[in-house]
Design a protein around this ligand. Structure first.
Ligand code: HEM
Length: 131
C-alpha cells in the first residue's frame, strides 16, 4: 500500500502530496530512531522543573536539578512517551499529516535537540534528507 502511495508523481498536485507523505514518513522515522538518542547539558544553576513546565512533572512534587550535575535528556524516551504520543511505539507517519491528534504535544519532537544549543544545521539536514 505504501509503495503505491509513493509512485512517481504525475502532476503538481501529486508532487505536493508525494512531498507531504515523504516528509511525514521522515519525521516519524526521526521520532522512533533519532540519530542522537540523548543530549547532555551541564547544569550551571539549580533548575526547578516545576517552574519550567508543570505539565512535564510525573507528580505534583517540585523537582530541582542541582547545579554541578550533568543532565542527560533522553530524546528517545521523550519521543516514545505515551504522555506525548498516542500509540508511541507504532510507526504511524500520518500522525504528522492526516492524524495530528496522535501527537499530544508537538514540543516533544526534538530530533535536532532543543533550545539555544539545538542543531544549527536542522534546516539543511531536513532539506538534504527530504531531497
Ligand atoms: C538529519 C541531520 C541532523 C541531525 C539529526 C542533527 C542532530 C543534532 C543534534 C541532536 C544536536 C544536539 C543539539 C542539542 O544538544 O540540543 C546537533 C547539534 C549540532 N548540529 Fe546537527 N544534526 C543534523 C545535521 C546537521 C548539519 C547539516 C549541520 C551543519 C551544517 C549540523 C551542525 C550542528 C552543530 C554545529 C551542532 C552543535 C550546536 C551547538 O552546540 O550550539 N547538524 N545536531
Amino acid at each position: 500500500m505504501l509503495a503505491s502511495r509513493f509512485r512517481a508523481p504525475t502532476s503538481q498536485l501529486s508532487l505536493f502530496s508525494h512531498r507531504r507523505l515523504a516528509s511525514a514518513f521522515i519525521k516519524e522515522t526521526m521520532r522512533l530512531t533519532p540519530v542522537a538518542e540523548f543530549i547532555m547539558r551541564p547544569v550551571v544553576t539549580p533548575v526547578s522543573l516545576a517552574k519550567i513546565s508543570p505539565d512535564f512533572l510525573p507528580s505534583p512534587a517540585p523537582l530541582t536539578i542541582p547545579a554541578g550535575v550533568l543532565a542527560v535528556i533522553s530524546i528517545k524516551d521523550i519521543h516514545t512517551n505515551p504522555a506525548y504520543y498516542s500509540s508511541p511505539l507504532q510507526f504511524i507517519p500520518s500522525r504528522w499529516d492526516a492524524q495530528p491528534h496522535l501527537v499530544k504535544d508537538a514540543r516533544a519532537f526534538m530530533p535536532f535537540g532543543a533550545g539555544s544549543r539545538g542543531c544549527i544545521g536542522s534546516v539543511l539536514g531536513r532539506t538534504i534528507v527530504e531531497r
